[in-house]
Design a protein around this ligand. Structure first.
Ligand SMILES: *Cc1c(COP(=O)(O)O)cnc(C)c1O
Length: 488
């Protein structure tokens, strides 16, 4: 075989491209990555991926190791999240979005089977539920009903859910905790209300369900998993606090029939029998094998120990933010996620805009995640915030991190938050949806210095201000255009 390039050359090119990436290790990126800071775990995950590289997860009867690894992961999740509940079954999916979408598909098809109706049921969520549920309603054609959360605690209220239940609701979603604010919804209260009306509840534990079981004080807190009657399904991502490489999540159901309605099978074509538990057909076994290997290696005690490390680091960061004048942690988070807003109790000139703060932290080498402010359907507002995801590695860098957070706040204090330029908002407001061609969108983006093909011209605070100011459909279309041009 004559290669066009030597593998060494190609791999060197990859290393070169990787230099532009944010660092995935070392704790300076406080979202997207979950670094346990254990080199050996990375090695075993890579080795497992290598051993399963050529497999196809499409057919576990041809490759029974796929079924065996899935069985172990489902059993482990059942052990942690459904203690003592009989007959719990589930699947391994490619990630949180797929787990959430499949839970919605199962609920939609169960609702249709039970009611005999073929129209659209309702998906009932709180405003802090993960966007994957907005995507699920969009892809699977359900009516989405979004309830406001309590603006102080950022939790969904059971009474609001109760008042919204009707025969069209196929599924209610609660979060343990929510991604934006780390708020744990009152699962037992909501599930009790829903069970009384025969409406299933899905617990989105994608990010939290692999830390909350071991979080300090877990025994004293009310149950929030499949042990709670009325909770019919739960999702947990092993590519977050399961420390697996991306591409592995677990979805559990209390009931076999609900699980089966997540599946798709067809014999109506002249090829092989298609029987798919998840969305993909042919699929990589590498993330499953890597996730399996990491969880077998760590075991429950390993996860528990890493969680203690995260909890200590979270407490340190929380305290550091508490002591910074002009900032506050939003609500009463349980777990490793913190949302930080400007403190409305201090004078405006002493407040710190959380997005300016994130920009300043970025200049110091720490990447935090700005989140837009939003007005809810009842007129209350969720303030703009900056999000931090704390992971085991955070403990190692917590002193440095806390110093940087204070220094960044000092440099941003009193600076007004970014606002979208009025002429831009006016121009964007004039655009009709059917005028949002790729070309028009690129022209609008150019008005704010986001040139086609270029990166972000300014700081993130300015981008977020645009997202906050624009009507949702326009903002969404411009985001697509921006990223598509960036990728092109
Ligand atoms: C991350 C997350 C999801 C979506 O997961 P992906 O793995 O990014 O697709 C869903 N829900 C919550 C609460 C999450 O944090």
């Amino acid at each position: 075989m004559i290669f066009e390039r030597t593998p060494a050359e190609v791999l060197a090119r990859l290393d070169e491209m990787r230099e532009a990436d944010a660092p995935t290790e070392g704790g300076r990126l406080l979202s997207y990555v979950y670094d346990p800071d254990i080199a050996e775990l990375q090695e075993v995950a890579a080795e497992a991926a290598r051993k399963t590289q050529a497999l196809n997860g499409l057919d576990p009867t041809t490759f029974p190791s796929v079924a065996a690894m899935e069985r172990d992961l489902v059993a482990l999740a059942r052990d942690v999240l459904a203690d003592g509940v009989p007959d719990v079954v589930g699947s391994v999916t490619s990630g949180g979005t797929e787990s959430c979408m499949l839970a919605v598909k199962s609920a939609r098809d169960t609702w249709r089977a039970a009611t005999g109706r073929s129209d659209r049921p309702t998906l009932l969520i709180g405003s802090t539920a993960h966007a994957a549920f907005i995507k699920a309603a969009h892809y699977l054609d359900l009516n989405l009903r979004v309830l406001p959360v309590d603006p102080d605690t950022c939790r969904l209220r059971a009474e609001d859910v109760a008042a919204s239940l009707d025969g069209a609701v196929a599924l209610v979603v609660v979060s343990t905790p929510s991604y934006p604010h780390g708020a744990v919804d009152p699962v037992a209260e909501i599930a009790e209300t829903c069970a009384g009306r025969g409406v299933p509840v899905h617990v989105d534990g994608c990010i939290g369900a692999w830390v909350l079981p071991w979080w300090p004080g877990a025994e004293e807190r009310p149950a929030w998993d499949l042990r709670v009657p009325g909770v019919e399904s739960i999702s947990v991502d092993l590519h977050k606090y399961g420390y697996a490489p991306k591409g592995v999540s677990v979805l559990l159901y209390r009931d076999r029939d609900r699980h089966r309605r997540q599946w798709f099978a067809t014999s109506a074509w002249p090829g092989y029998a298609v029987v798919n538990p998840t969305i993909l057909g042919s699929r990589s076994v590498m993330p499953l094998a890597a996730g399996w290997t990491v969880s077998q290696t760590l075991g429950r005690s390993g996860f528990a120990e890493l969680t203690q490390q995260i909890a200590r680091a979270t407490e340190q960061v929380h305290k550091a933010i508490y002591s910074i004048e002009g900032l506050r942690v939003v609500g009463d988070p349980i777990g490793p996620l913190l949302a930080v807003a400007a403190d409305p109790e201090v004078a405006p000139e002493r407040q710190v805009d959380p997005h300016r703060w994130a920009d300043a932290a970025k200049d110091l080498g720490w990447t935090l995640q700005p989140q837009p402010g939003r007005t809810q359907s009842d007129g209350t507002t969720l303030p703009r915030t900056t999000h931090l995801t704390v992971t085991p590695v955070t403990e190692k860098v917590s002193v440095e991190l806390c110093d940087a957070l204070a220094v960044a706040a000092d440099s941003a204090r009193g600076m007004p938050g970014a606002q979208a330029p009025a002429d831009f908002v006016a121009a964007a407001g004039q655009i009709r949806m059917d005028d949002l061609t790729s070309e028009n969108c690129a022209a609008v983006l150019a008005m704010v210095g986001m040139e086609p093909g270029g990166g972000l011209a300014g700081p993130m605070s300015e981008v977020l201000a645009l997202i906050e100011a624009l009507p949702e459909p326009v903002a969404e279309r411009l985001l697509i255009e921006f990223l598509a041009r960036f990728m092109e």
